[in-house]
Design a protein around this ligand. Structure first.
Ligand SMILES: NCc1[nH]cc(CCC(=O)O)c1CC(=O)O
Length: 309
């Protein structure tokens, strides 16, 4: 029996819908006879948007309902921002493809200032990401970092209402929502190292679906897949939840993959490691970097931060 329809389980935030529609369009243009439908749903993570993510059980809350829908055959695939996907997949589901990466940088967004250097002493910067917070404070220890949650649009309106002098968002999200003109400046990876997988979209589906796999395969971007694989080894090896400040970013130049990772601890302590090698050895490179972080005490730093709720 051949597949005629693919159902995409999706959250209903503008960014999630953009991602699902992007995959819908790509699949329909590669396979003109295929019908691709969206199955919109609300996740627990969407229902409790006011609570800090690290206090309510983490990013997994945004994917659980989507995964349940696939396991119960109410949907066939889910499209994720790779930075939001926990490293562990439930029994019966797996990551199928990783698509070409958008700009993976973090963006400085402000109505009054061009970049971090321009901010006056003691200015207020909005972000709920511990990864962004630790790196901003390393650059500008005087700044006040305050919580900022919600969809990209919500975060921008909080900035516009004057609650913050600046906020930090992923460039990719803004560009996808055609809000790229809100980016005052992009951070270089040397200033703020991105989250593992930032800017890349991936597709999850049931393991027992070779025919579906064949339909999805053309969406894979090999370079992005190697990069994201290397970056995600860090979170996986350290078994880091989203309440751990962790950054990992890689590039590929002439077939050589270079990976750098950071882990933060209490009192703005920060350790880092890097390694490089042939892109095909992405996993080994990831393991090398993770082992170096472990040798520097990453596990102990993470434990000292407190356990995941
Ligand atoms: N944490 C929310 C989230 N998840 C994915 C993106 C967009 C960027 C991406 O796809 O990596 C964003 C917004 C942001 O961090 O500003």
């Amino acid at each position: 029996m051949s597949i005629t329809t693919i159902r995409i389980a999706t959250r209903q935030s503008p960014l999630a819908l953009w991602q699902a529609e992007y995959i819908q369009q790509r699949l329909e243009s590669i396979h003109p006879d295929l019908t691709v439908e969206l199955v919109p749903m609300t996740t627990k993570g969407d229902r409790i948007l006011g609570t800090p993510l690290s206090k309510i059980g983490g990013k997994g809350l945004f994917v659980k309902e989507l995964e349940q829908a696939m396991l119960e055959d109410r949907a066939d695939i889910a499209v994720h921002s790779m930075k939001d996907v926990p490293y562990k997949f439930p029994q019966g589901l797996e990551l199928k493809v990783i698509c070409e990466r958008e700009d993976s940088s973090d963006a400085f967004v402000s109505n009054n200032y061009h970049n971090l250097d321009e901010l006056p002493v003691g200015a207020t910067v909005g972000t709920s990401s511990l990864r962004r917070k630790m790196q901003i404070l390393a650059l500008r220890p005087d700044l006040h970092i305050t919580d900022l949650r919600g969809n990209v649009g919500t975060r921008l309106s909080k900035l516009d209402m004057g609650q913050y002098d600046a906020i930090i968002l992923a460039s990719a999200g803004l560009i996808r929502l055609k809000l790229g003109d809100r980016i005052a400046s992009r951070f270089e990876p040397e200033q703020i190292l991105p989250a593992p997988g930032q800017g890349a979209v991936g597709i999850e589906a049931r393991t027992d679906s070779p025919e579906l796999d064949a339909l999805l395969a053309p969406l894979q971007d090999e370079e992005t897949a190697y990069r994201v694989k290397a970056e995600r080894i860090i979170t996986q090896t350290l078994q880091a939840s989203c309440s751990v400040p962790i950054a990992a970013y890689s590039t590929i130049t002439d077939g050589t993959l270079s990976l750098r990772a950071l882990v933060g601890g209490i009192d703005n302590q920060m350790i880092e490691a890097s390694a490089e090698g042939p892109a095909e050895t992405a996993e080994t490179i990831g393991t090398t970097v993770a082992d170096s972080l472990l040798a520097q005490g990453a596990k102990e730093m993470i434990m000292a931060l407190g356990t995941e709720s």
